[in-house]
Design a protein around this ligand. Sequence first.
Ligand code: PMP
Length: 428
Amino acid sequence: PYRLDKSNAHFRKAVQKMPLGVSSNFRYWGDNNTVYVKHGRGARVTDLDGNVYVDYRLGYGPAILGHCHPEVDAAAREGQQVGTVFALGTEREYTVASMISEMVPAAELVRFSNSGTEAVMAALRLARGATGKDHYVTFEGSYHGLFDSTMWTLDTDTIQEGREPDIVSYGKGIPAAVRSLFWQVPYNDAQRLEDVLKKHGHTIAAVLIEPILGNCCGIPSKPEFIKAVRELCTKYGVLMIVDEVKTGFRVRRGGAQELYGVKADICTMAKAVGNGYPIACIGGREDIMRNYGRGVAHGGTYTAQAMSLAAAEKTLTILRDTSALDDIAAYGTAMQEGMHKILSARGIPHSFTGHPSMSGLFFRETPPSNYRDWKTSDYTFYDTLAHHLIPRGVMCEPDSREPWFISTAHDKACLDETLDTFEYCVDL
Ligand code: PMP
């Protein structure tokens, strides 16, 4: 029987010192349902009560080689010997920057950051500094980090009313004044983007796009859409920032840009870069990146700190030189095929989104292709299923938001266990 006694006891203690008892609002799953981790090893996570889960969340993607990867951790320890931070550069920054450039052609030059949020903030400022323009465009349903510029979404009530939805902030504390700086257009709708760029391109620095909507179960760009975004940005003199914080070094060695055959002016990568060690990067065209020497501010006490950098060097080496990403995709495909078989046998309509390495599962014939459709979809079956799966050891996304992430540590035993549990839970 599944018990969370120790997690619940810890919650009662933690909530006295920490809001919601956690360090991110999303980790709070209710007063009697918030899970605290004892440790993660490979593809499995053990909680305080000793429950073991096959982990399909991987910290929202980073642990692409599995938790506590021995070689990455050894590299990080070796990196520590350098020291942590110096307010000076080290040699390894060049080594890792060169590897990133080689894997992601758009990243002609590279700067490091600590998190996805910081990298996107830096990319947006760079675009503004390089173009001398302030405005920007994002797409409905995107997530680009915690900062004020990107924490905007559609008012769900107004989507349901079937009119042009209102754009609202993600919550309190985000200044209304920011709203005058951006346009938000429907994903996979190049015409709407062109309408905005045609009219306002002269004040727009950048179009910021996630190639796969990571916070909407991995809704992918249609290939012709992302190519059109590229062409429209060039046509209207606007920079294309491809936010590969989730997709970078995951869907391909060269990220979604390689998958789709598009090249960003500026791109951001994080998560998979360091297998969980905090490191992110901004890459871009040389003439744009050189603005860092021409008046565009960028820095950060912890940027390129030694431990994360060493972890990144090892992680990228493995992703570059082994079949890791093919293995991950093959596992994802096999999992989808297994689920498809189970669901088809029962006549349950379903579909998958994203990429096999980070895919969403929908209980409808065709998946949504934009945020409005995603937001107004019915998730009753998924949510019920997820709440059966988690107590039985399949740690999937509980609320139809993030895709299921795969690592190289997911093996045949994980797959068999997952599909057996899935089949059992579908019938509950
Ligand atoms: N951009 C994208 C596409 C993301 O998926 C995320 C994180 N989910 C971020 C930016 C923000 O990254 P972080 O949480 O590391 O600040």
